[in-house]
Design a protein around this ligand. Structure first.
Ligand code: BGC
Ligand code: NOJ
Length: 811
């Protein structure tokens, strides 16, 4: 069953039934000020950091689901309703939610009154703008009472949920004109406040939650709304809110617009106050003035649309399959921007307080984002690298507000350093900007020990070399990419976190074949970069070490039919036919086949066939098989999940593309495509009931064949799945791949495809690429013609001339 439809022309998903199987959300803002918004108006806003600068409150996992948001209540005689259906849940005559590129429009109609709210964060603005349009579609004159509502969060989202003995006494507001200012803690250690305004006179307001709702009422029953009378309450402590009360008279056919602005202001110490105890409102007024008419709001929305037109014109495919085109051209690229902005911090599955910007996560996110805004990718690479340690090791995450590494979700993950090579080389291949390698970059944010970014790549590479185990394979550390394969953890205490509890690494023999594969792949990239920088000796050293690793994998990482996954603390095989459960894992098959390890000896083919036979199922490729059914203390978190979920044999969508790419390296276009299509959300729209999460974005996992309910997805939006699938489809299946000297064209498609077209903007030129497949091939180029000239290789040269170039490819 579907709950809406794609409108590709507007780049929107239009939800027509508010009772979606899970809140289907969107993200507003793409720089500093952000909001999450569900299809019924639930969600919250923050400035830069969802933990430290939370502006409005949200109640995760509440009853009912998705409570707390930017709500409007309409009182029309005795009928009380909300345009997004929630929170009132009054049955609407019409409902529609349109999620677009960083904007959302929610509309409801009841008894001839239609209310439509456009929510977005204008470019370069620390505020969310809400344009509410109310229309009288009935034949008579109507009087309507309108109440707005937001609830302030006391800034630190974690403390806000915990420290009630303090919080209930600190809340402070100011009210002036039609604006409510939230200034809790402004008089002492904070230099920021928030505000919520409307561009019209109000006939009343409320700023105290209890006065607005009544202590024992829910969001669906604000007493003031039911009474039709605001209390004009002024919050002192407890829970401050902001609600405007506006009386409207509408003639038949008449429409009125109101513009609400929810903003965030920082003032310097000298400029904090207007007078004693009265905050300086100058900057707030400036923002309010910028959006005080509908025309100004509409032109800000146009700017946002142009911004997205531009970003989404960099890579477009015309394949003749609308489901593929819409995911590649619109939604997958959009999701890549979102994962770039948020890493794994704030979604409807990530609370915004647990995880900031992940070292490995943010590097991987770059491969789906770097073509969009290379300048921001550049800054991100330098920020990430600045948190690295001198020995190449890493904090697992850093906080977006401070850009400093912290240990809150652990450290010592031995795959982390290698992803910096991927992030950096992807950036240089896109831009040709080798200069980034000469930037001086701190270690652990300490500039006094700074070295070049190139040196950071060297210590990343060497971190593996310096941490090899008994077989010569990389020691796994706390874990590799699979955070839940905790081979040194041995946790028997439910009060411990698998991610941060002390590891037993003394005497550990735990080694990772996945990191070994990663080392081969990115070690080669590192060597290539060395050569291009004239560092022949270093390139040779790196290639020798990579060659040794290839031998080691063939010797100790091969199980006969597939690559083993790891060695445990005691040096016993993990992911081998010898094991009872977890005989085969996806990660090592992915990395070793992508790197083509043992392809001459038939290892890659066998490994990929084993994946097909043992891991593939209707829903996609599961992570391991057989799933673990009992807790294995020497494996840790992976065996704590029920079979078929999360890292224990779910279809983990992040690593499915590793196999897709492995299949393209082996030339199997049909299989690569089959795997791609299986987990791609636009192909799952018809089973939204089962799939549960948004049909326009990937989730981290889909319950696998061993699960109670195979096919159910979770953890949508913030997942490396977004960038890896974009990377797999564009660079390996469609095969348009940025490289240092140009665009490589190397498609690997199903034999039945007749061809496709791609428009790619690359280093200041536009390439109109047409691929034809007259002979039903999957891979291998017969002819490449650029601007009428036949090329001797499959690389389209860099022109950089701001012109369009025609590229004809025959497979
Ligand atoms: C999850 C992993 C995640 C880790 C991060 C685990 O509980 O299963 O997917 O990477 O937490 O902290
Ligand atoms: C999600 C985490 O964000 C990522 O870092 C990790 O690699 C995967 N889970 C697998 O455990």
């Amino acid at each position: 069953m579907k709950y809406g439809y794609f409108n590709d022309k507007n780049r929107e998903y239009v939800i027509t039934n508010p009772r979606t199987p899970w809140p289907w959300i969107n993200y507003l803002g793409n720089e500093d000020f952000f909001s999450l918004i569900s299809n019924s108006g639930g969600g919250y806003s923050f400035y830069k950091d969802a933990k430290f600068r939370r502006l409005t409150r949200y109640r995760y996992n509440n009853v009912p689901m998705d409570d707390g948001g930017k709500y409007f209540y309409i009182k029309d005689g005795e009928t009380i309703w909300s345009p997004g259906w929630k929170p009132c849940r009054t049955e609407l005559d019409e409902y529609e939610c349109r999620h677009g590129m960083n904007y959302t429009v929610i509309s409801g109609e009841k008894n001839g009154i239609k209310t439509s709210v456009l929510y977005f964060v204008p470019l370069n603005t620390w505020a969310e703008v809400q344009k509410l349009t109310i229309s009288n579609n009935s034949g008579e004159k109507r009087k309507i009472q309108l109440f707005s509502f937001v609830e302030w969060c006391l800034w630190n989202a974690a403390a806000d949920m915990e420290n009630f003995q303090r919080n209930f006494s600190t809340g402070e507001v100011e009210i002036a004109d039609s604006v409510v200012y939230h200034k809790t803690e402004y008089k002492e250690r904070r230099n920021h406040y928030a505000f919520y305004s409307v561009n019209a006179p109000v006939q009343g307001f409320d700023t105290d939650r209890e006065s607005f709702f009544g202590l024992y009422n829910g969001f669906d029953h604000p007493q003031t709304v039911f009474d039709g009378k605001p209390r004009n309450s002024v919050a002192h402590g407890w829970s401050p809110i902001a609600s405007h009360y506006i009386e409207l008279e509408l003639n038949p056919g008449e429409s009125k617009d109101l513009v609400f602005v929810l903003g965030y202001i920082e003032n310097s110490e000298e400029e904090k106050w207007e007078s004693k105890g009265v905050i300086n409102k100058r900057k707030a007024r400036e923002i309010i003035d910028r959006f005080d008419t509908s025309q100004k709001v509409d032109s800000a929305l146009d700017e946002l649309r142009n911004y997205w037109d531009n970003l989404l014109s960099i890579f477009t495919v015309d394949s003749g399959d609308e489901k593929l085109d819409r995911i590649v051209n619109i939604w997958n690229q959009y999701q890549c921007m979102i994962t770039f902005c948020f890493s794994r911090s704030a979604s409807f599955f990530e609370s915004g307080i647990g995880r900031g910007m992940g070292f490995r996560d943010s590097n991987q996110d770059l491969i789906g984002f770097v073509h969009q805004i290379p300048g921001r990718a550049r800054e991100r690479i330098l920020d990430i690298a600045s948190t690295q340690f001198q020995d190449g090791g890493c904090y697992h995450q850093y906080q977006p507000l401070t850009k400093r590494g912290n240990n809150d979700i652990g450290g010592g993950f031995n795959d982390d350093p290698l992803w910096l090579i991927l992030g950096t080389t992807s950036y240089i291949k896109e831009t040709g900007d080798f200069g980034i390698l000469d930037e001086m970059v701190a270690f652990d944010n300490d500039m006094s020990v700074a070295r070049t970014l190139f040196d950071h790549l060297t210590v990343s590479f060497d971190h593996v070399v310096n941490n090899l185990g008994p077989h010569g394979l990389p020691l796994i550390g706390r874990a590799d990419w699979n955070d839940c394969l905790n081979l040194n953890c041995f946790s028997n205490d439910p009060n411990e976190s698998f991610q941060t509890t002390e590891n037993k690494s003394e005497g550990s023999k735990a080694e990772s074949v996945m990191i070994a594969g990663l080392f081969v792949a990115y070690g080669r990239d590192y060597a290539d970069l060395c050569r291009r920088r004239g560092r022949e000796d270093e390139a040779a050293r790196a290639l020798n070490l990579v060659a040794e690793m290839v031998d080691t994998i063939k010797k100790f990482g091969w199980d006969g039919e597939w690559f083993i996954r790891a060695y445990d603390f005691f040096g016993r095989k993990v992911g081998s036919n010898e094991n009872e459960e977890g005989k085969i894992f996806i990660e090592s098959q992915g990395w070793c086949t992508m790197a083509g390890i043992g392809s001459d000896e038939g290892m890659c083919k066998k490994a990929l066939d084993s994946v097909k036979e043992r891991l593939d199922c209707e829903q996609g490729i599961v992570l391991n098989n057989p799933a673990f059914t009992k807790y294995i203390i020497e494996y840790g978190e992976i065996s704590s999940y029920p079979a078929g979920y999360k890292e224990n044999a779910a279809v983990f969508c992040h690593n499915n593309p590793w196999i897709m790419i492995g299949e393209t390296v082996a030339g199997n276009g049909d299989r690569a495509w089959e795997y791609y299509r299986k987990i791609c959300p636009s192909y799952l729209e018809e089973i939204s009931d089962l799939h549960k999460t948004e049909p326009y974005v990937y989730g981290q996992m889909i319950a696998g064949k061993d699960a109670f309910r195979p096919g159910e997805a979770k953890n949508s939006w913030l997942t490396g799945t977004a960038s890896w699938n974009f990377y797999a489809i564009t660079q390996f299946i469609l095969g348009i791949r940025p490289d240092y000297d140009g665009l490589i064209v190397d498609p690997c498609i199903p034999g039945s495809w007749k061809g496709f077209k791609v428009v790619r903007k690359f280093r200041n030129a536009v390439y109109n690429i047409e691929v034809l497949n007259p002979n039903g091939k999957s891979k291998g180029i017969t002819e490449l013609v650029v601007d009428g000239e036949r090329q001797s290789s499959n690389v389209i040269p860099v022109f950089g001339d701001n012109r369009e170039h025609s590229v004809k490819v025959i497979l």
